[in-house]
Design a protein around this ligand. Structure first.
Ligand code: AP5
Length: 213
């Protein structure tokens, strides 16, 4: 059962995808993570992406589609979650063509619904491990030792796009470009809406029940 997980910045897409990976054996394809990896590696794609990401703007469709195409080609039948893709109507239509050319199908699009005030709180308190990418929150999910990853001990950092002004811009882009996808997934008959303003484990239980697992 292949999934899209979507929702506003900070809705918990990465957090819930990590649970789907560890508990249900999914492979996560996160375009945000793939782009941040390209930025860290200093590739030309990464350099092009960085200035857009730091301003909360979308990276060109053909760049992210190339990353998704490459990841889908390595699955060998493992069910996948697309996290952060598609991000607009054009990406959705390109995804549909790509999946049909690969003989793959989406079974659910899980929409994580969260109030905007809570989103800002989540993003401004988020800290991310600079080495393994584990995600924390200063209040909701603090690391055992402040500033250090529980899993690998590497320092935690604040994402450059989690600054207040950029968060506002990202929410604007989400409302303009990504929110309309909800109606499209509803028309396709695969929309599953989850109240994601609740604790992490409660949200995960709701997702599982939409998946019948
Ligand atoms: P991306 O990395 O996809 O960012 P995003 O969509 O803005 O989402 P986030 O990663 O910020 O949030 P999330 O929903 O995963 O929340 P998380 O689980 O971490 O994209 C970054 C940039 O890359 C984009 O701006 C764009 O430039 C570019 N990009 C990416 N994809 C693209 C595409 N397809 N096309 C073009 N450009 C693209 O949780 C957030 C915090 O809340 C954490 O601290 C977490 O611990 C906490 N938390 C989570 N769930 C809960 C809960 N239930 N209760 C309490 N706290 C919680």
């Amino acid at each position: 059962m292949n999934l899209v997980i979507f929702g506003a910045p900070g809705a918990g897409k990465g957090t819930q995808s990590a649970l789907l990976v560890s508990e249900l054996g999914y492979r996560q394809i996160s375009t945000g993570d793939l782009l941040r990896k390209a930025v860290r590696e200093g590739s030309s794609l990464g350099l092009e992406a960085k200035s857009l990401m730091d301003r909360g703007q979308l990276v060109p469709d053909e760049v992210v589609l190339g990353l998704v195409r490459e990841s889908l080609g390595t699955l060998n039948g493992v069910p996948f979650i697309l996290d952060g893709f598609p991000r607009n109507l054009s990406q959705l239509s390109q995804l549909q063509s790509l999946l049909s050319s690969l003989g793959l199908k989406l079974s659910r699009a899980v929409f994580l619904s969260v109030d905007s005030g809570l989103l800002v709180e989540r993003l401004s308190g988020r800290r991310v491990c600079s080495k393994c990418g584990s995600v924390y929150h200063l209040i909701a999910k603090p690391p055992r030792t402040p500033g250090e990853c529980d899993l690998c001990g590497a320092p935690l950092s604040h994402r450059p796009d989690d600054k207040e002004g950029v968060i506002r811009d990202r929410l604007g882009v989400y409302n303009r470009d990504t929110a309309p996808l909800k109606d499209e997934f509803r028309k396709l008959g695969i929309l599953a809406e989850v109240d994601a303003g609740r604790p992490e484990t409660v949200v995960f239980a709701a997702i599982r029940s939409h998946l019948g697992k």
